[in-house]
Design a protein around this ligand. Structure first.
Ligand code: NAD
Length: 472
């Protein structure tokens, strides 16, 4: 039986079935029913009723539900890991890391649920305000449509549903069609954790159907993580709804001549290739000061050669397959195009089915797609620079601005980079890939709008409501 979708506490099936294959070897894994337009309409209608219940849940109850969810996810940890490996070809190390972080995201949400409050403030700054007292409180806003991508299907769903439960909103989770399975188990666990059944649904469905939901005025907010092209299209169609967009990037990585070289090499080798580079903050464009370029390049390429490419189920595999063969072919074409235009191959460059070898390109130009677009694969470019200002200008020469990494021991350069590199987050002496789940996370330029990181999402999922009392 294919996996059902959940509409307001009811597990449903349909005539439309999606097959999921293991991208490592193409074998069939499972299948999932895809919701019809009618099911989606039911989910939105139920959420209106569910919100009337969820908005009245007291803080201790919302925390308790999130603590239950955290416990249930812990009990199902291995199942969640295995589902992510099989649905997305994610290597085990990364899947374990993701499931661990998802537990943390829900734990932080349980804590933050206690802290949603407001302010008491003076109104009597002018005579008109005498004998009056002002209060604000953050209130839930309604139904939140949570749309998630394939590359971190569990933790990125938790970044939406954790804050949605913490705030007492209703929500509809729409997982990526490439990874529909882990969300089915997650939905089961949310139901068991005790969130009011009408207040949430988990609907596997097609992107175009989600595009129609985006326009529905019964939805109060869209929380989207995915590609820039889809994200900005959603914003254009969202009307008066709140929209938070967590989109793509082509992260920069600067190694200056005073950097700790061994640290920079280690960070680059994990930051460029974790999850086979399918990471919005994956290290992509590496710039190394010319005087230390050879030293860094030698160490880095040795570290890349040591990465183990193979079966994602194995505990010691560093790099598994890409999500599908079409993506691997796209990357092959982009690398081929760069090589034809004068880039050099410092390592890798080969495709085999859904696998792309970890690849390092030298002598690339900014306008090559491996630099100016999001490569989303285990491919990095390595370029020397002479002056610090040139490095900053090259990093900023991008449509994206999510996170960047800078390696230097000079505090003045660090502060200068923080001010001048146009990103949502600068990591110092660390790859751009650093993230813990309570920090504000998100991008500028084409990389998105708004911040996630539980507390910040809670601000977006609530509205500040004012009350002024006349005590005269
Ligand atoms: P995608 O944009 O193809 O799909 C994301 C989700 O959008 C899926 O659920 C898909 O079904 C849905 N969708 C597709 N068309 C839609 C439409 N017209 N209206 C509404 N929803 C629609 O992205 P993907 O390939 O699953 O994920 C990879 C992308 O996500 C990369 O660009 C990556 O950088 C980005 N990403 C960003 C972050 C972040 O936090 N900034 C995190 C992970 C991934």
């Amino acid at each position: 039986m294919p996996q059902k979708f959940l509409v307001a506490g009811e597990w449903r099936s349909s005539d439309d079935v999606l097959d999921v294959h293991f991208s490592y070897d193409g074998s069939w894994v499972d299948s999932a029913y895809m919701a019809s337009d009618r099911d989606l309409d039911d989910a939105i209608a139920a959420a209106q009723r569910g919100f009337a219940v969820s908005r009245r849940l007291p803080g201790h109850k919302r925390t308790e539900i999130l603590q239950n969810l955290n416990r249930l996810m812990r009990e199902n940890f291995d199942k969640l890991v295995d589902l992510m490996i099989m649905e997305g070809g994610k290597n085990r190390k990364t899947a374990v890391g993701e499931a661990t972080r998802a537990l943390q995201t829900i734990a932080v949400s349980a804590e933050e649920a206690h802290r949603i409050g407001g302010e008491v403030f003076s109104i009597d700054w002018t005579p008109a305000g005498e004998n009056r007292q002002g209060f604000t409180k953050r209130m839930p806003i309604g139904t939140i449509l949570c749309i998630t991508p394939f590359n971190y299907p569990l933790n990125l769903a938790c970044h939406k549903i954790g804050p949605a439960i913490a705030t007492g909103n209703a929500f509809i989770l729409k997982p990526a069609e490439k990874t529909p399975l882990s969300s089915v188990l997650l939905a089961e666990l949310i139901l068991e954790a005790g969130y009011p059944p009408e207040a949430f649904s988990m609907v596997n469905c097609w992107g175009a159907q989600a595009g129609e939901m985006v326009k529905d005025d019964r939805i109060a907010m869209i929380s989207f993580t995915g590609s820039a092209s889809v994200g900005w299209q959603i914003k254009a169609n969202a009307g008066r709804k709140k929209v938070v967009l967590e989109l793509g990037g082509n992260a920069g990585f600067i190694v200056h001549d005073d950097a700790d070289m061994a640290l920079a090499v280690r960070e680059a080798a994990t930051g460029g290739f974790a999850n086979a580079g399918q990471n919005c903050i994956s290290v992509q464009r590496m710039l190394v000061q010319a005087d230390v370029y050879e030293e860094f390049a030698d160490g880095f390429i040795s570290a890349v050669k040591a990465l183990k490419v193979g079966d994602p189920r194995d505990a010691d595999t560093d790099i598994g397959p890409l999500i599908n063969e079409r993506e691997a072919q796209r990357v092959e074409a982009w690398v081929g195009e760069a090589l034809a235009a004068g880039a050099t191959l410092l390592h890798g460059g080969q495709r085999s089915g859904t696998f792309f070898q970890p690849t390092v390109l030298g002598q690339t130009q900014s306008e090559m797609r491996v630099n100016c677009e999001e490569v989303f694969a285990p491919v990095v470019t390595l370029r020397p620079y002479r002056d610090w200002d040139d490095a900053i200008a090259i990093i900023n020469d991008s449509p994206y601005g999510l996170q960047a990494g800078v390696f230097t021991r000079d505090i003045k350069r660090i502060m200068d980079a923080w001010e001048r590199i146009d990103v949502g987050g600068l990591m110092v002496n660390s790859a751009s890939t650093f993230r813990v789940d309570h920090m504000p996370y998100g991008g500028i330029k084409a990389s998105g709008l708004g911040r996630e990181g539980v507390k910040y999402t809670i601000e977006d999922m609530t509205e500040l409501r004012l009350m002024v009392m006349n005590l005269g």
